[in-house]
Design a protein around this ligand. Structure first.
Ligand code: AMP
Length: 192
């Protein structure tokens, strides 16, 4: 099973309270299953809900935040560890180093930037860490449709589309990431 999971999600909460509930559910599950949460270190939006829920259940939470965002994203001061870095680039690199896999919850442009940096690194074979998109409420359907269109129009390959593991609920994230990391070790219900 994965030991650490990097989660990208909104610094906002969105309009539908189910997004916030989903972030909190994932935080709780990570703590229960002993998976360290690596995230952007903020105490706002879904990021804050996620971290709060993991901490409340005794989970280990590591935040990675650039110095200039410490005030803006209200750096969470109750984390197991808060790593302050010098730039957005260092933040992504550090989050990448610290985690076994990445999960993506609903979010905005920052979430997209982070996700695509990890995905394109993987497309270029710089790493092989799973990227799991939690499509809660179908939030990411338009993005997935765009990626399908890229494949259909010849701007991306089907094998690149398959680098993204899509699950419909956050409850499936940890198992999906673990399976993608160690396909032979973790039983997949569909294979039996
Ligand atoms: P958002 O999805 O826009 O609410 O942002 C989620 C997180 O992504 C926040 O922690 C932002 O600081 C971060 N973020 C925003 N823009 C970038 C960027 N260009 N590179 C890396 N992270 C970013």
């Amino acid at each position: 099973m994965i030991k650490s999971l990097c989660v990208f999600c909104g610094s906002g909460r969105g309009h539908d309270p189910r997004y916030s509930q989903a972030a909190a559910r994932l935080g709780g599950l990570l703590a229960e299953r002993g998976v360290t949460l690596i995230y952007g270190g903020g105490n706002i939006g879904l990021m804050g809900d996620l971290a709060e829920a993991a901490l409340a259940k005794g989970g280990k939470v590591v935040g990675v935040i650039p110095e200039h965002l410490v005030r803006w994203e209200v750096a969470h001061l109750g984390l197991s560890e808060l790593i302050v870095v010098d730039s957005m680039h260092s933040r992504k690199a550090r989050m990448f180093e610290l985690s076994d896999a990445v999960a993506v919850l609903p979010g905005g442009m920052g979430t997209l930037d982070e996700t695509f940096e990890f995905l394109t690194w993987r497309q270029l074979k710089l790493h092989d860490k799973p990227v799991v998109v939690a499509n809660e409420g179908g939030y990411w359907n338009p993005l997935l449709a765009l990626i399908d269109a890229m494949v259909a129009e010849g701007f991306a390959r089907d094998e690149h589309r398959r680098l993204i593991t899509v699950v419909e609920r956050v409850d499936e994230v940890i198992d999906a990431a673990s399976r993608a990391l160690h396909p032979k070790l973790v039983p997949h219900p569909e294979r039996f």
